[in-house]
Design a protein around this ligand. Structure first.
Ligand code: PMP
Length: 306
C-alpha cells in the first residue's frame, strides 16, 4: 500500500506517497494514542467530486483529539482544505479519505509530555468495503465473543486508533466463523455496534438503534436519522438485546466505509425475510442519492473538492 504513486498531505505539505514516512519510534505506533477519521468523496452530476459531510468528520476529529488531550497543530479550515486537496491532487473521482493525528518520535514513555501532534491525510480509491453484492443481498453477522469498550476504559466518543484493536479482534473472529461482520455487545450485554459500523433494527414499522453510550457517534447514523425523518420515522435510541435483532423485521449497519448494508442473518438465524427489507431499501437508496448529489434537499452535506 505504501509503494504507489500519489500525494499524501503531511503536516501542512503534500509529499510523494512513497516518502510519507515516520520513524519506528513514533509514539502512536507504540501505545496507540491517536485519532482518525474515515471520510468518503463521491462523484456528483453537477458539482464534480464532493466530500460527504466533511465538516462533521472534521468536527469529530477535533472532538476525538480533545477527549484524548492531543493538542491540534492545525485549525479546522486547514484540515478541510487538506482533505479537499488530497482528493483533487490525486485525481480521484471517488475515494476514501483517512485523516489521522498521531504523536511523533520526539520522545518515548507514557508521560507523553514532550510530544508533538502530527497530522496526515491520505486518499485512495476504495469502492466497496463489503463484498459488492452485500448492499443488495445483505450480510451474515456473528455476535462477537469480544465485548465492546466500556465507557471508562477507552473513550467511546473518540475515534481513537487504539480502540480498533477490539474491532479487529472481533472482525477476525467473525470472518473465521464464516460471517462477514461482527456484532459487538456492550459490557452489560446489550447491542453496541459492528466492528466499524452502527447498527439499526426495524420492528413493527419502527426504527431502533442503540443509544450513544458505548457506540461511536456515527455520521452515517446521523444521516440515516435525517433521512428516516423525511420518511416520517423517528429513530428510537434505546437498549437493544441480541435476541431483538434475531426477531427484527429488518436490520442494517451504517458507516462511511460500509455505507448502508442490510443484515440478513445473525448467529445463524435469518433476520426478517433474510433479504434487504423495504425500509432498509428506501433508506439505502436515499443514502446513495444523498452522497452522490442526487437529492437537492441534502446539498449542504456535500463539499466540492475543486
Ligand atoms: N462505529 C465504529 C466503531 C466505527 O469505526 C465507525 C466508522 N467510523 C462507525 C461506527 C460509523 O461511523 P461513521 O458513520 O461516522 O463512519
Amino acid at each position: 500500500f505504501a509503494d504507489r504513486d500519489g500525494l499524501i498531505w503531511m503536516d501542512g505539505q503534500m509529499v510523494p506517497w512513497r516518502e510519507a514516512k515516520v520513524h519506528v519510534l513514533t509514539h502512536t505506533l507504540h501505545y496507540g494514542m491517536g485519532v482518525f477519521e474515515g471520510v468518503r468523496a463521491y462523484r456528483t452530476p453537477d458539482r464534480g467530486t464532493c466530500i460527504f459531510r466533511l465538516k462533521e468528520h472534521t468536527d469529530r476529529l477535533f472532538r476525538s483529539a480533545h477527549i484524548l488531550g492531543m493538542a491540534m497543530p492545525f485549525d479546522k479550515a486547514t484540515l478541510n482544505e487538506a482533505q479537499r486537496a488530497v482528493v483533487r491532487e490525486n485525481g480521484l473521482a471517488e475515494g476514501y479519505l483517512r485523516p489521522m493525528c498521531f504523536f511523533g518520535s520526539e520522545g518515548m514513555g507514557l508521560r507523553a509530555d514532550n510530544l508533538q501532534t502530527h497530522v496526515m491525510v491520505a486518499a485512495w480509491e476504495w469502492p466497496s468495503y463489503m463484498d459488492p453484492e452485500a448492499s443488495e443481498r445483505g450480510i451474515k453477522v456473528r455476535t462477537s465473543s469480544f465485548t465492546r469498550h466500556h465507557v471508562n476504559i477507552t473513550m467511546c466518543k473518540a475515534k481513537a486508533n487504539g480502540n480498533y484493536i477490539n474491532s479487529m479482534l472481533a472482525l477476525r473472529e467473525a470472518l473465521d466463523s464464516g460471517a462477514e461482520e461482527a456484532l459487538l455487545l456492550d459490557n452489560e450485554g446489550y447491542v453496541a455496534e459492528g466492528s466499524g459500523e452502527n447498527v439499526f433494527i426495524v420492528r413493527d414499522d419502527r426504527i431502533y438503534t442503540p443509544d450513544l453510550t458505548s457506540c461511536l457517534d456515527g455520521i452515517t447514523r446521523n444521516t440515516v436519522f435525517a433521512l428516516a425523518a423525511e420518511l416520517g420515522y423517528q429513530v428510537h435510541e434505546r437498549r437493544i438485546t441480541r435476541d431483538e435483532v434475531y426477531i427484527a423485521d429488518e436490520a442494517f449497519f451504517t458507516g462511511t466505509a460500509a455505507e448502508v448494508v442490510p443484515i440478513r442473518m445473525l448467529d445463524g438465524r435469518q433476520v426478517g425475510s433474510g433479504a434487504r427489507g423495504p425500509i432498509t431499501t428506501r433508506l439505502q437508496a436515499m443514502y446513495f442519492d444523498s452522497v452522490r448529489g442526487n437529492r437537492p434537499q441534502n446539498r449542504e452535506w456535500l463539499t466540492p473538492v475543486a
